[in-house]
Design a protein around this ligand. Structure first.
Ligand SMILES: NC(=O)c1ccc[n+]([C@@H]2O[C@H](COP(=O)([O-])OP(=O)(O)OC[C@H]3O[C@@H](n4cnc5c(N)ncnc54)[C@H](OP(=O)(O)O)[C@@H]3O)[C@@H](O)[C@H]2O)c1
Length: 287
């Protein structure tokens, strides 16, 4: 059984591989990387590293030779992903892959997030390919809102524009465990899993958690979207990223990041990691 993972040098990909190594021998794993130099630690552990860029159909075809199960981790190159993902799906089809799991977006078919269009299109392409699939509709990473936590602990102010929107986030580790379980078990083929955290929080509740752990007051200040974007840019985020996060916060205020289906905890067989634990880790790393 050969299992391949694209995006293997990314944050989620590395965690998926760590999870897989608990039940799958290293020599059955293939780490696909656009830059194999980044995968040298994986190679040192006996994992087969193959080079392929999502833009390169020939390299993808070669990288997928002999692969039975594939995890397509969505590209982070926004605006180019429909073609990039189609390249992977077409190569997987030609190589006769028996299961393709794809990391999509929570409620990709109905989500108002600007990101959703590309995710939904890849889901359609995957279904149309005829390859047995599992769609992993990953919820918001809890880590996404951690960038402001050290500053909030230091200044007593947390900024955002998500209003009272409830965010059912889960950390990458929980989503990686879910993906690894799909790859190791080969199922549930034909299903779309909405993978979100068990507990949803508002940004005011995040501020309260920071306050609890730091033993000081932390206030959440809800800003108009343009003001929050300026704060993110002043903190060093490039304009497109700052615009994205500010806009996604606005959509969160309307419920775009909420889910209460508990499919993630059911699939991994344990409660999802609480917000408090990720705040604890973030504050510990910042010290
Ligand atoms: N649910 C959420 O909240 C959320 C948040 C952020 C992102 N995402 C999505 O989830 C994906 C995985 O998350 P992550 O945290 O692991 O992101 P990440 O750390 O940015 O990893 C993205 C991976 O995609 C690879 N990649 C990008 N362009 C490529 C190309 N043209 N050809 C081949 N590989 C390419 C990167 O390769 P290198 O290692 O060489 O850079 C990296 O390994 C992201 O790519 C994004 O689509 C979801």
């Amino acid at each position: 059984m050969k299992i391949a993972i694209t995006g293997s040098t990314g944050q989620l990909g590395q965690l998926v591989i760590e999870q897989l190594l608990k039940s799958v021998p290293a020599n059955q794993l293939i780490a696909i990387a656009r830059n194999p130099a980044k995968a040298c630690k994986l190679a040192a552990r006996g994992i087969n590293v193959r080079q392929a860029n999502y833009d390169d159909p020939v390299a993808l075809h070669n990288a997928l030779e002999g692969v039975e199960r594939l995890l397509l981790i969505a590209s982070n190159e926004l605006g180019r992903r429909i073609t990039q993902h189609a390249n992977v799906i077409n190569s997987a089809k030609k190589q006769g892959i028996r299961l393709l799991a794809y990391t999509s977006l929570l409620h990709a078919d109905t989500s108002p997030l600007s990101l959703a269009v590309e995710y939904a299109r890849t889901e359609s392409d995957l279904k149309a390919s005829g390859i047995p699939f599992v769609i992993l509709r990953n919820g918001w990473y809890t880590e996404n809102h951690m960038a402001g936590v050290p500053a909030a602990a230091a200044t007593g102010m947390l900024y955002g524009c998500a209003g009272n929107g409830r965010i059912a986030s889960a950390p990458r580790i929980d989503l990686a465990e879910a993906a690894a379980k799909v790859l190791a078990s080969g199922g549930p083929a034909g299903q779309t899993l909405e993978l979100a955290g068990d507990t949803a929080h508002t940004l005011a509740e995040l501020a309260a958690e920071i306050a609890r752990q730091c033993g000081r007051d932390v206030v959440y200040k809800n800003l108009p979207e343009p003001e929050y974007r300026e704060i993110l840019m002043a903190a060093g985020f490039p304009e497109p990223i700052a615009s994205g996060f500010a806009n996604w916060d606005t959509e969160a205020s309307r419920g775009a990041l909420f889910d209460d289906g508990h499919q993630l905890s059911k699939w991994i067989g344990r409660p999802t990691t609480p917000l408090s634990e990720i705040v604890r880790q973030t504050l510990a790393q910042a010290r």
